[in-house]
Design a binder for this molecule. Sequence first.
Ligand code: PLP
Length: 423
Amino acid sequence: MQRDEQIFELIQAEKERQLHGIELIASENFVSPQVMEAAGSVLTNKYAEGYPGKRYYGGCEVVDEVEQIAIDRAKTLFGAEYVNVQPHSGSQANTAVYHACLKPGDKILGFDLSHGGHLTHGSPVNFSGKLYNPVFYGVEQETGVLNYDKIQEIATKEQPKLIIAGASAYSRDIDFKRFREIADSVGAILLADISHPAGLIAKGILNDPLPHCHVVTTTTHKTLRGPRGGMIMMGKDFDNPFGIQLKNGSLRKMSSLLDSAVFPGNQGGPLEHIIAAKAIAFGEALTDEFLHYQLQVKKNASAMADALVAKGYNIISGGTDNHCMLIDLRNKNLSGKDAEQALVKADITVNKNMVPFDDKSPFVTSGIRLGAAAVTTRGLKEADMITIVDLIDEVVANFEDEAKLDAVKDKVNAMMKDKPLFV
Ligand code: PLP
């Protein structure tokens, strides 16, 4: 068969783009060569509906072992009692949890999308806002941080069936213990969505949700640095209390509800090549090297935030505890869209993002979101973050000047030259 040069040339072009640029999208990272190799392996050929030892297809002996290793490594990494590694994405992990815990029309309390939450936390354009009845909490206008007393007030008034703790653009640590007290006070199930800070949480750098939350979901491709995908976890003691009473009086455990919500409830065959890549990424995450990586991510994000504040940028909440930050650009007189487009011309990739109490549409926005996970994988350190902020500032100050943007692009390309994607 003829090689499909059209697509391979595009893959090469994307590789060049990644190599030459500065990647600051907070949800992106660069996987190791062995994670990449597993993702492109023969396991993509295998159907394996079901779970290890209980499949609907023959020939699953090998993938059973692969999937069990992924589960066991994730359990060790997060101190979890139950893990499902099959969700194809973070959204599908959340879909499965809602499917297991809720009925259509049930009330859910989530982090407002425009304040940093995710689409799947009840946004009206997403299934979570159409199928369920969403209410929201957000950050304080003056401080940009969560006010747990206010979240308690909203929960008491609204009596949600499920509360989601977690965000896509919140730079502060989350108090899961306090969230559990709030959930208990109204008899709600507490879901932590740690998609963004999962790598930092795995290494004990941020608060651990597993001892407090009934269910925890995550993506595997952000700070966790695995292949694109999702995962569901539970800590100890959370299996029985939230089981469902069957007609014969026995209790259907939460773990079995979650498993059947993923398959057959919400997905067909698992992506065993991706599950193998997840297993490798979890193995990498169990090492001390990964701890050093996460510590450097945090140091780099802090250095970036400090340098931005020193240049008069308004970071929501004033700084960061994790890998990311949200910048309100209104005092710089350009929109998030303008900034994203100008930065891309200079080979610096970021995404426009709504900021709390934004007066612009989601297509324009007043802000951008930055993260340090990907640049840290490429080996960059605190001093490089200061250089990056200088480059961003040059772009922001000259966002309509093509010649100046070209000059910044040359500096970016020179800086990233000879730096592999994964150090
Ligand atoms: N949850 C949170 C908090 C996220 O930030 C994201 C992705 O950005 C998701 C869920 C969804 O993940 P995916 O894009 O894999 O569906």
